[in-house]
Structure formats: C-alpha cells, structure tokens
Ligand binder design. Structure first.
Ligand code: NAD
Length: 261
C-alpha cells in the first residue's frame, strides 16, 4: 500500500498510538501533520527526527483538539502548506478513573471535549478538502470502551461510545463523495495513557499496582497480551487502501477477543 501524494493529519501524535500511526503512514509515503499540546520547540526534535528518518514532509501544530477555533486554524493552515488533506486520524485522547459520584465535573468536560467533540470539529473542517478531491479516509481511534463498559470510566466510555456513533453518522453523510469513516476499537495497548492508569486503577480498586496488569488490564483479553501500536498502525494503513473502498461506518475491534465475550 502506498500513500504517496497523500497528506495525513494525526491528532495527539507525539506519543503512543498516534506516533506509531504517523511513522507507519510516513513510511508508506504520506506527508504528515503532527499535532499535540506541546509547544513548537518541545515538538521540534520529534518532527525533525521523523522527517529525516522517513524522508517526507512533516509539520507540527500545537492545537488543543477540544478547542474548535484552534482546530480550524490548524486545519486550514496545514491544508494550505501541504496542498491537500486526504487522511484524518482522530487519535488524541485522555482518561480519568474514578467512581461516578466523585468524578470531577471538569474531568468529565475535558474528556468529552478531547475524546469526542474534537472529532466533530476535525471532521467538519477537513470535509470540504476531501469532498473537492472525491477521496478521503477518516479513522477514529475509539476503544473497546466504545463497545463495552468498565467501572470507574464513565466519561471515557460515554465519549468512546459517542465516537462510534459519530463514525456511523459521518460515514452516511459522506458516502457519495469517495470518503470512508471508520473507528478502530483497541483493547489495552502499553502506552503512556495506560501506564498513567495503573496507580489510578490501584487506588480505585484498592489493590496493589502489580495486580493491575493481570487482574484489570488483561483480565478481559482472551489473548493474554497487550495489543500493539504496530497492529493498530497497520490497520489504519489497510483502511486507506482501495480494498477498503466500501468499508465504511464500522467499528473494528482490535481487542484480543475482549468484546467477543
Ligand atoms: P497517549 O497518552 O500516549 O497519547 C495521547 C496523545 O494525545 C498525547 O500525545 C497527548 O499529548 C495528546 N493529547 C491529549 N490531549 C490533547 C488535546 N487536547 N489536544 C491535542 N492532543 C492532545 O495515549 P495512547 O494510548 O497512545 O492513546 C491514543 C488514543 O488511543 C486515545 O484516543 C485513547 O483513548 C485510544 N486508546 C488507547 C488504548 C490504550 O490501551 N492505550 C486503548 C484503546 C484506545
């Protein structure tokens, strides 16, 4: 699969899954728009390193994806500089683990903004460019928590279920324009987001941090392994291929058998 001549925006792409997707897409020949909440200076090393390693054009935008104005400025500027915007991967996400009655309101608002409203803002902003070219691929990194729930994750589960719903609705809106919209629903992946959950999970469940990986994180994986960043990145590349021209509006489980139970 070649993405030569395509430009891909991946939100939250300085670390974890987003970084892996950016690298894989660059390796397939795409020009890349990185995004995150780090300053331009903080991101410059990563940007340069990827550009040198992959030999493609890479831009970085500091933009809070939960802020509609910052999203629209990033997308219009990046499209102008790159000349096109063909692939959008909504990946940025945050988490907070706490029981519902003490769950802080500001954490709820931040998770809904970052994990759900963000995708509405980015999709709205990229569609005019994709419609003009009659080609586009939109991939939302949801979660197995877009399909099933776990305790102490009310905001995250609500946002990810919403993201799966948005995926279906957007897919139908744009079906006649050569644009597909799909969600990927991973189980646990060993990234900074998950490492940060270990003390929170231990506190919420009154267990030791050592017990969290086998007893909580991998408890529902039928295959007792973490999903990897590389597996998710490979799925995003596949979704960009012609083989997936009619694959749209789906929520693809990549969850080691979790949601089969
Ligand atoms: P991560 O923390 O490594 O990556 C998230 C990235 O988003 C970070 O680089 C962060 O700086 C960025 N970000 C946070 N808030 C932002 C904002 N307001 N604007 C722009 N960027 C912002 O975590 P990850 O595990 O790589 O998660 C990536 C996505 O995958 C998330 O949407 C997450 O919900 C989803 N996911 C992760 C797992 C997992 O087990 N790690 C499982 C299923 C789904």
């Amino acid at each position: 699969m070649t993405l030569q001549g395509k430009t891909a925006l991946i939100t939250g792409s300085l670390t974890g899954i987003g970084r892996g997707i950016a690298e894989a897409m660059a390796q397939s020949g795409a020009n890349i728009i990185l995004n995150g909440i780090n300053t331009q200076e903080e991101a410059e090393n990563t940007r340069q390193e990827l550009e040198q390693k992959m030999g493609c054009k890479i831009l970085y935008y500091k933009a809070d994806v939960g802020n509609v104005q910052e999203v629209s400025t990033m997308i219009s500027d990046a499209q102008q500089k790159m000349g096109s915007l063909d692939i959008l991967v909504n990946n940025a996400g945050i988490q907070h683990i706490e029981s519902i009655e003490s769950f802080p309101i500001e954490k709820w608002d931040a998770i809904i903004a970052t994990n759900l409203s963000s995708a509405f803002y980015t999709i709205r902003a990229v569609l005019p460019f994709m419609k003009e070219k009659k080609w586009g691929r939109i991939i939302n990194i949801a979660s197995v928590h877009g399909l099933v729930a776990s305790a102490y994750k009310s905001a995250y589960v609500a946002a990810k279920h919403g993201l799966v719903g948005l995926t279906k609705a957007a897919a139908l809106d744009v079906a006649s324009f050569g644009i597909t919209v799909n969600a990927i629903c991973p189980g646990y992946v060993d990234t900074p987001l998950v490492r940060q959950q270990i003390p929170e999970q231990a506190k919420a469940r009154n267990m030791s941090e050592d017990e969290v990986i086998p007893q909580v994180l991998l408890a529902h994986h039928a295959i007792k392994e973490f999903v990897t960043v590389e597996q998710i990145a490979a799925m995003t590349i596949y979704l960009c291929s012609d083989a997936c021209k009619t694959l749209t509006g789906t929520a693809l489980s990549l969850d080691a058998g979790w949601s089969a139970q």
